[in-house]
Design a protein around this ligand. Sequence first.
Ligand SMILES: C[S@@+](CC[C@H](N)C(=O)[O-])C[C@H]1O[C@@H](n2cnc3c(N)ncnc32)[C@H](O)[C@@H]1O
Length: 302
Amino acid sequence: MTLPVRRRKSTTREQIIQEPETFRNPGAHPGAVPGASEASEPEATRRAAGVTESSRANRGWWDRNADEYQTEHGTFLGDDRFVWGPEGLDEVEAELLGPPEDLKGKEVLEIGAGAAQCARWLAAQGARPVALDLSHRQLQHALRIGGTFPLVCADAGALPFADASFDLACSAYGALPFVADPVLVLREVRRVLRPGGRFVFSVTHPIRWAFPDEPGPEGLSVSGSYFDRTPYVEQDEDGRAVYVEHHRTLGDRVRDVVAAGFRLVDLVEPEWPSWNTSEWGGWSPLRGSLIPGTAIFVCERD
Ligand SMILES: C[S@@+](CC[C@H](N)C(=O)[O-])C[C@H]1O[C@@H](n2cnc3c(N)ncnc32)[C@H](O)[C@@H]1O
């Protein structure tokens, strides 16, 4: 399962983006298949979407939308802050990975890192992070902001690292909301963690799936079944997915964590703080004061 990371030799400390061979071979990775057409507006629907289709669609979507994402949210995220979600819960106060002083020297994998803001904060605490993302364009933003830690372009479902390579792993809305097989990803994360390691990840709070994804009052009335796990898919005129999100109920998430061999030690539902007046898509002060928007799972491997 372990894919070799293609390491470009560098005689300087210049940061580069590393990619496993299979990721660079157009025939071997779905993300390299020519992307779905953007000629017309994609159609939003609910339908089945498997592991490969979800990965290909999301790699393309994040590559196309990384610039806009960083322009829109980069200021809120900060270049070197560790924010768990739109509520603005900061790892400095949450300490879900442990006290910051204990992070020194720890090897930490950030999954779905985007521009690697969290990894940059971890590095500033003395940790040794690796930032991994499916999207090359997101990692180019990590390069633009800078740092000295490794950037790896790979799928969370096939982590290109040896067993027991990391002390900690984290993911702020990275990968887990987008994958068809979350247990596969969780098993991969467990595999690369050392015994006693911790994985903390945030996702959209499952309750949000029953409501329209709107920040205003229209986002406060139930419009669908919380129990309907059919993925949200945006597809092009040929029916090819160009964006996929997967819904799991709270119970599903707990069972996924346990099935992957983790112990769930906490489930954090950050409350919307009064200082945060920002909207982020369907997350807003109005909705945040009434229903949870983010669920953070704190998992440990024995
Ligand atoms: C909502 S963004 C979060 C990025 C960053 N953690 C942040 O807080 O800004 C989701 C990220 O997950 C990445 N992603 C989606 N599916 C992934 C997968 N299967 N493996 C690795 N990364 C994935 C996307 O490319 C994107 O950068």
